[in-house]
Write a protein that binds this ligand. Structure first.
Ligand code: ADP
Ligand code: MG
Length: 694
């Protein structure tokens, strides 16, 4: 392989010895390439920096100057304040860091400092920095009209001024090497409207205007999205090639009759998604499709129609649910719909009796049973099918890629896979996370639903909320009261919830039947409690865990969520989806106090019932890192430059390019794709190995 300067260890950069090289690791710089891509995190120029002479009390400002004097000043209350006097051409100001005397050792006289914070009056003007940066030691320039000051992500071990020094000495060289990573031809760049990589990086490290960094960022964002999509496109083609799928043939022996017996018409969205699924199933390429639908959008019927197509064509179909309870619920629903057609539905879960299990296994192996619902028990050893043609996975977020792949192992033809997700995420995010899957959107709810009314209440209104819950229970309904539990091991939260439960049982609802559900209960105990709630033997279910996704208790009409500010919006939306499943008007009551800083966020929920909109708001508020975090694959990189909400256009273009590439050169064997191949491996080594691609 060609020798690349960018691959050399950072130690070979000018001004970096073995010690400093070690320190650089703390800011993520191990190689010359890492340094090149270590771009500033903020930019200031004369338009954002206020001359010290014009700083006004009461404003929040950024200023820049040199430290003229400094010292630690004790106050009467025993607080030690580090102070520095900062000077530029226009004047001087005191900068104060209460309670941070150790800064004495970090900041020296002569340092050039960039500080941001509120200006107040305290023995004269004073600024108390929220953030500050030592831009340089001993007399660097102060800003003039054309200068832009960059602030790099720094660390204790590698302060700002050190990084600036390193870039001062090495940036020209590094930018010169950027061409080693350039994988777009001049024609490609022109077609995509992208600058050369070297320009993009120059704009980010040494912008001439404040608009430059954004131009550079878009190129780096494109690159990230492109490689992610190439990875996924290759996985798609590789999977398709490795194993042919099944071309199901439609005879209408079950599908048509089901249409006839359904008590409702399919929604437009259901019909569209089914067409997409049928097209996949009828082709002999393997289906890998993700159906995203809001709570209550009718995914189960879609699953059933898909399963019936498989059965008509002579295959067996399996529906896999994340919990026993859900599996049982699905089995009941499916049985009600297919028994009139003369079809049987087997149920396979861990807790079935040995005899039941043997019977189901025998029926599946012999092919007498064509439809089966179950938990993970379905894909365990000892389960064999006569001819498995379709696997539907409900609630995909509990089901890993590996398990999905395991399904195909040992079979001559890979069964089609359909994944149902009840957690809508914005399309761009779905494409980034699940680019190897095809996407279908169930973006419409069946008609005639009474929407759930959502209300925000302060904690001092709790008594009236409880009175409301009591009235609903009095009229025969059931209710949920949910407490946050940040992690399953959070003892304090758990105790709080348990105490609340005891208080609710003895003081507030002594005349009602209450149940408590939390994550430290065993699966059996949880199931037992859910079952008694389902049977109506519990009036009010107090829960700390997210109540089983997808569980349908039609009689529950109230969802009260305590400390709503501690939940994510999508999570709240999911919880809200647990009510409004029956005929009764339902209510979701979010309890949070204004001081909790969540009012704005919670209003999104009050004002929209659309899960996709909620997800978008959630993504905007929480940031994509949170979403990606949950899906991390080993040491694979996060998206650093791409912003999935802002860059949806880039993502679409990148996806096109990537799929085109995977279709024309699936091995990336052509010489002109050598650079792409190399970078792909640099970025996604682990995942490529996991899928056996590349
Ligand atoms: P989810 O997408 O949350 O899994 P379900 O499949 O459980 O939703 O469907 C929710 C309810 O809507 C079920 O009671 C189902 O029978 C009903 N339903 C599904 N499709 C339609 C339709 N097209 N018209 C009316 N009701 C429907
Ligand atoms: Mg469902």
């Amino acid at each position: 392989m060609k020798y690349l300067h960018l691959d050399q260890p950072a130690q070979f950069l000018k001004g970096v010895g073995p010690k400093r090289a070690e320190a650089l690791v703390s800011v993520g710089i191990g190689t010359a390439r890492d340094a090149l891509y270590h771009v500033p995190r903020r930019y200031d120029d004369a338009s954002t920096v206020t001359p010290i002479g014009s700083l006004e009390v009461g404003v929040d400002a950024t200023c820049l100057g040199q430290v003229r004097s400094k010292g630690v000043i004790p106050t009467r209350k025993g607080l030690r304040v580090f102070q520095a006097v900062l000077q530029d051409d226009s004047g001087m100001i005191t900068v104060a860091w209460p309670g941070q005397p150790w800064l004495e050792r970090k900041i020296r006289e002569g340092d050039t400092l960039l500080v941001q914070g509120p200006v107040r009056f305290f023995h004269g003007r004073q600024i108390q920095p929220r953030e500050f940066t030592v831009l340089g030691r001993e007399g660097d320039a102060t800003p003039d009209g054309g200068t832009i000051f960059v602030t790099y992500p720094a660390s204790e071990a590698v302060p700002q001024w050190v990084l600036r020094g390193i870039f001062e000495k090495n940036l020209d060289q590094l930018i010169g090497w950027a061409d080693e990573d350039e994988f777009l031809s001049p024609e490609g760049r022109a077609r995509l409207g992208m600058p050369p990589l070297s320009s993009a990086l120059t704009w980010m490290h040494r912008p001439e205007t404040l608009a430059d960094p954004e131009g550079g960022r878009r190129r780096l964002a494109f690159d990230e999205l492109f490689f992610l999509q190439v990875l996924q496109a290759l996985i798609r083609t590789r999977q398709a090639e490795a194993q042919p799928g099944i071309a199901h043939t439609r005879t209408n022996s079950y599908v048509r009759p089901l249409y006839g017996t359904l008590p409702f018409d399919l929604t437009e969205a259901q019909a569209r998604v089914l067409r997409e699924i049928y097209a996949d199933m009828e082709s002999d390429a393997r289906m890998n499709r993700l159906v995203q639908g809001d709570v209550g959008s009718g995914k189960t019927v879609v699953a059933l129609f898909s399963m019936l197509l498989a059965v008509e064509g002579g295959s067996q179909a399996a529906l896999m649910a994340p919990t026993e309870l859900l599996a049982e619920q699905h089995a009941r629903t499916l049985r009600a719909m297919v028994e009139p057609l003369g079809l049987e539905v087997a149920l396979l879960t861990g807790s079935r009796s040995a005899a039941d299990r043997r019977a189901a296994l025998g029926g599946l192996a012999a092919g007498r049973l064509r439809l089966v619902v179950g938990t993970h028990a379905l894909i365990q050893d000892g389960v064999t099918f006569e001819r498995l043609g379709l696997v539907v996975v409900d609630e995909q977020h509990r089901f890993g890629v590996r398990q999905r792949m395991a399904l195909a192992e040992g079979r001559e033809r890979a069964p089609d896979v359909l994944i149902m997700s009840a957690t809508p995420i914005p399309r761009s995010l779905a494409m980034a996370l699940y680019g190897e899957l095809d996407l279908s959107l169930l973006d419409e709810l069946p008609p005639g639903r009474t929407p759930v009314t959502t209300a925000l209440r302060r904690s001092d209104a709790r008594a009236s909320v409880h009175a409301f819950v009591d009235a609903e229970v009095e009229s025969g309904r059931q209710a949920y009261i949910v407490y946050p539990l940040v992690s399953e091991s959070d003892k304090i939260d758990l105790r709080a919830a348990t105490e609340e439960y005891e208080w609710l049982s003895s003081e507030v609802f002594p005349h009602r039947r209450l149940g408590l559900l939390h994550g430290q209960l065993g699966a059996d105990e949880k199931d037992a409690i859910m079952r008694s709630f389902l049977a109506g033997d519990v009036d009010i279910l107090v829960a700390t865990t997210v109540i089983e996704v997808g569980i349908d208790v039609a009689n529950a009409s109230v969802m009260v969520i305590e400390h709503a500010e501690r939940f994510g919006l999508s999570q709240l939306h999911q919880l809200r989806g647990r009510v409004g499943r029956g005929a009764a008007a339902s209510h979701c009551i979010l309890i949070a106090d204004p001081g909790d800083g969540a009012a704005e966020r919670l209003k999104v929920l009050r004002d929209t019932a659309d899960g996709f909109e909620v997800a978008r708001a959630d993504l905007a508020i929480r940031g994509q890192g949170d979403f990606f975090g949950a899906q991390q694959h080993g040491r694979d990189p996060q998206l650093r430059f791409a912003d999935l909400l802002r860059d949806e256009d880039l993502l679409l273009v990148a996806r096109e390019e990537a799929r085109e590439l995977a279709a024309t050169d699936p091995e990336l064997a052509r010489p002109e794709h050598e650079g792409i191949r190399r970078q792909l491996h640099g970025r996604y080594r682990e995942r490529l190995e996991m899928y056996g691609v590349g």
